[in-house]
Design a protein around this ligand. Structure first.
Ligand SMILES: [Zn+2]
Ligand SMILES: [Zn+2]
Length: 82
């Protein structure tokens, strides 16, 4: 039987784990893609896989939040001084 992830359409096991037949995105790959994800320039399957990874990965979703923060404050002087 085939269960597919609602978000990225990849096969998932009975336990909800993604079947690793298609190469899953690693954290490093997701981080590389975050900037383009923010710009909306990823192709849809890749974007879906990024979104899916983010929903289950606090570390990478935190990275995305940081990225958005940095863009948001880009016009302002940095608060932290070394
Ligand atoms: Zn998924
Ligand atoms: Zn991650």
């Amino acid at each position: 039987m085939a269960i597919k992830c609602d978000i990225c359409n990849q096969m998932v096991s009975d336990y909800g784990d993604h079947v690793r037949s298609e190469h899953p995105l690693t954290h490093a790959e997701v981080r590389d893609l975050l900037e383009r994800y923010e710009q909306g320039t990823l192709d849809l399957p890749t974007e879906q896989r990024v979104v899916c990874h983010l929903t289950s990965c606090d570390s990478c979703s935190g990275e995305l939040a940081d990225l958005r923060d940095r863009e948001h404050v880009a016009d302002h002087l940095p608060v932290m001084a070394e």
